[in-house]
Each structure stands twice: as structure tokens, then as C-alpha cells.
Design a protein around this ligand. Structure first.
Ligand code: CP
Length: 305
């Protein structure tokens, strides 16, 4: 594939190739190979119109470990404040010879538009409420490395599904790889159109306590209060009582089951601090795996040697 705009771009074979390549990248890093020459002479542009900590830094680290030249563009402080469009910004980057553009944008579909304007590969680093495919890949990688498989795994994705690009990409990727996904949350945050569109792929349940004993993975989503309207979200306290993962709920999960969160977290809202910091939590591991997975994505898209 040339671009990674959606988890739907990946069939099972391609997704598995990315996960296997990421495992090789991690193994090299574990053997103190800090830098590979694979993308020497290639240029990766990180084009971030929305804030990010994990994704932006890990794409930069991934590109540098592959010896690529990296240009970091942040909309803040750029000519975007003077009204420059995404297209003109893209053409400017194209003129500087970008081989790959990693884009995060508040508009769903921005990576698709960008792919029509630049010659290089486009990687979606999160577009609006639409998708975040490399997050889904690093989540799948983490599940596979902790639990040994993806096929048949029971994964509960819990919380603010309505606003979550992480949930959408995970549903697409995990079901492609044979996992069984259940979406859990208040009815106001699991939109009927999403539930209907994904009905063949997922189950929907509004009772977290009923789902926990039969889950191998519980993935908590950030409550995106910045996108919330009162009608969706009665109160933080009520939400936490019904859908927050605290220590008593952690004990309802099977002994082998893991807790995930893409970050950033609202500690004390969707996840209790003692759960986030417990040995059952893979939250820090997910961040570390993100570098290996993004190395694999850049390597494969750019035909690294
Ligand atoms: N998970 C994730 O995308 O985090 P950032 O917003 O910090 O990149």
C-alpha cells in the first residue's frame, strides 16, 4: 500500500506484516541497535494541526531511528494563522521533497484530501472523530505481545465511542485480525449509526460490569469533554460510577486480562489511578510499542532497504 489513511486500508496479511516488522524493529532496539540506515536520504514531514504528545514524538523518534530526515510542522506559529489552506501548506511541503507526510487534523477526511495533493505517502495520525490507524496497530501489537494472539480475543472498548477515532480504527483492525469486539458505554456515547454500521463486526453493551468477567482486554477511552454536549454527558461523577474502571471492577476481570488506554487519560474519571498504574495496565508499554510500530509503517510504506 502507498498510504495509511484508515485501518480499512489493511487486510489481515498486510496488518500482520506490519506487526511482524514492528517486532523485528523492537528486537533490534532491544539489541542496542539504536539507528538503522533503512530510510537514509528520505524525508518525513510531521504535519500536526492538533495537539499531540505520544503520536508526534513517536513518529519523530521512529523516522530518526530509520535515519530519515524529519521536518516537524505545527500549525501553531505557522502561516496557517494567516489563513493558508491545507492544500497550499501541503504543496509547500511537497516542494521541499517530502517522501511521507504524517498528518493529524481536526477535520475527518483531511488525510484523504492530502493524498490527492502530494506525491509522497500519507499517514493518518488522527483525523477528527474518524480514525487513528497507527494507534490501532500499536494496540494490536501490545495485545499480541502480552496475550500471544489476536484471533478469538475478546476485547471490550469502553466509554466515549461517539468521539473516538481510536475506537473506530480498533474495531476495523481487530475484527480483520479475528478478535471479537464489544463496545461498552452510555447509549448517548455509542451512536446508533456506529452501532448499526458495525453491527456485523461488534456487539454493543451498556453494562460494563456484565462485560468484564468475559474480557481478555479492556480498553478504556478518554472522555473527550472538549467535544461533549450536556445531552451526551450528564456528570463526571455519574459517568465514573457507571463506566469508570476502578479497583473493584479490575478484580471482576479474568486474571490474565489486561487494561489498555491510548492516552492521554482523565485519571479518576474513566480510569482510577491505581488501575492505570497496576501491573495489569499496558499504558506505558503501548507508548513504547508505538515507536516500533511507526518504524514498521514508515519502513514498509517507503520501501526501506
Ligand atoms: N494516543 C494519542 O494519540 O495520544 P496523543 O494525542 O498524545 O498523540
Amino acid at each position: 500500500i502507498k498510504h495509511l489513511r484508515s485501518a480499512a486500508d489493511l487486510d489481515a496479511e498486510t496488518a500482520t506484516l506490519i506487526l511482524d516488522t514492528a517486532a523485528e524493529m523492537a528486537s533490534l532496539s532491544g539489541r542496542e541497535v539504536k539507528k538503522l540506515p533503512a530510510l537514509r536520504g528520505r524525508t518525513v514531514v510531521n504535519l500536526f494541526y492538533e495537539d499531540s504528545t505520544r503520536t508526534r514524538i513517536s513518529f519523530e523518534a521512529a523516522a530518526k531511528r530509520l535515519s530519515a530526515d524529519v521536518i516537524n510542522f505545527s500549525a501553531k506559529g505557522s502561516s496557517v494563522s494567516k489563513g493558508e489552506s491545507l492544500k497550499d501548506t501541503a504543496l509547500t511541503l511537497q516542494a521541499m521533497g517530502a517522501d511521507a507526510v504524517v498528518i493529524r487534523h481536526s477535520a475527518s477526511g483531511a488525510p484523504h484530501r492530502l493524498a490527492g495533493w502530494v506525491d509522497g505517502s500519507v499517514v493518518n495520525a488522527g483525523d477528527g472523530t474518524h480514525e487513528h490507524p497507527t494507534q490501532a496497530l500499536l494496540d494490536a501489537y501490545t495485545m499480541r505481545s502480552r496475550l500471544g494472539r489476536l484471533d478469538g480475543l475478546k476485547v471490550a472498548i469502553v466509554g466515549d465511542v461517539l468521539h473516538s477515532r481510536v475506537a473506530r480504527s480498533n474495531v476495523l483492525l481487530l475484527t480483520t485480525l479475528g478478535a471479537q469486539v464489544t463496545l461498552v458505554g452510555p447509549p448517548t456515547l455509542i451512536p446508533l449509526d456506529v452501532a448499526a454500521a458495525l453491527a456485523e463486526k461488534t456487539q454493543v453493551c451498556y453494562d460494563l460490569d456484565a462485560v468484564l468477567p468475559d474480557s481478555d482486554v479492556v480498553m478504556m477511552l478518554r472522555v473527550q469533554t472538549e467535544r461533549m454536549q450536556d445531552s451526551y454527558f450528564p456528570s463526571a461523577r455519574e459517568y465514573s460510577r457507571r463506566y469508570g474502571l476502578d479497583a473493584p471492577r479490575l478484580h471482576k476481570m479474568p486474571g490474565h486480562a489486561i487494561v489498555m488506554h491510548p492516552g492521554p487519560m482523565n485519571r479518576g474519571m474513566e480510569i482510577a489511578p491505581e488501575v492505570a498504574d497496576s501491573p495489569r495496565s499496558t499504558i506505558v508499554e503501548q507508548v513504547a510499542n508505538g515507536v516500533s510500530v511507526r518504524m514498521a509503517v514508515l519502513y514498509l510504506l517507503l520501501g526501506g532497504k
